[in-house]
Design a protein around this ligand. Sequence first.
Ligand SMILES: Cc1ncc(COP(=O)(O)O)c(C=O)c1O
Length: 385
Amino acid sequence: MQPSVAERRPQSFDRVLSSMCTQPHPAARRAAERFLAANPGDPATYETIAELEREAVASLAEITGLADAVGVDGDTEARGNIGVRENTDSHGDIAAHGYVTSGGSESNIQAVRSARERAESDDPVVVAPESAHFSFHKAASVLGVELRTVPTDDAGRADVDAVAAAVDDDVALVVAVAGSTEYGRVDPIPAMADLAVDAGVPLHVDAAWGGFHLPFSGHDWGFDVDGVETLTIDPHKVGRAAVPAGGLLARDPTALDALAVDTPYLETASQASLTGTRSGAGVASAAAAMDELWPDGYRAEYERASELAAWFAEELRSRELDVVDPELPLVAFDLPRATFEAVRERGWRISRTGAGEARVVVMPHVTRGSLSAFLDDLDDLDAPR
Ligand SMILES: Cc1ncc(COP(=O)(O)O)c(C=O)c1O
């Protein structure tokens, strides 16, 4: 007989090496539990969670350079979620610039939807590097837009010339990736932004995974780059919030207004989120995690994870495995198929890139101890029998 739900335990993170989810911060866990039944999708009923969402958006705005770029901070009066349009002056309130989504997929779909709503062409096209997350394929399918993917360069970053060649009058959005899912690569965002500005189209940056590392890495990636109009950044990944907590931000609130629909039976005028009822747990935990960790905790994690990724890459190289040089803390490396299968047999939760390399995402739960144990298993499998 199956054990009951109460008897089952979530699986341990000890051997999880390729996931972009991680253990929530203890403060995030506590906040999630307290706000389990609150619905940020109905801010006129659930006022406290609406206030926490404002705070979460204000933190995300600081992390991504949006607060500086638009000259507003989180100190204005709490006014509920971004879908609340009537009786609000959206300009000057950072909450009008974003909301807490269900994750990177929703944020990316919404960014494409917003661009489509504002496009001049009847056949809008989104141009993205082939390294873009598969959520853009979902967006294209759901929204009926063409996704035009262009090759990356040898290092796995968007090829700016290829992007330029793909931009024509139908293009409604250019996508750049800041921390690619497979290799952790950061596209040349300033050059792509220049190109987008010249073409008169918005640039969307997908920093779903990379966004909590990039403030410390020296890359140009956020709203301080002119031309970056919308951005995805997920608290439920490196941000250490509970699942689900994504983030969508827009330089100009009209990008979110383009998503709003009227909500006749609610005491608020409209709603811009894709889902209706949303997770209070996700919103509260995002606010709590960023409260605890921004900036020092995230900086410390960036430094720890980067050092660990560099060490792990070196260890793999010393075993004569080909390693893709890590840019952010994600290590992709060649591993013979049989070895890959054997380590999975030993319980390692590891996955492969489309090209077949094994990839280790150095998330907060991944430690020197766990990576040493993984290397010991590799050595053991390699030992003559
Ligand atoms: C760069 C990037 N964008 C978007 C997503 C999708 O995020 P989610 O799974 O939270 O929808 C991911 C997921 O790994 C990602 O790595």
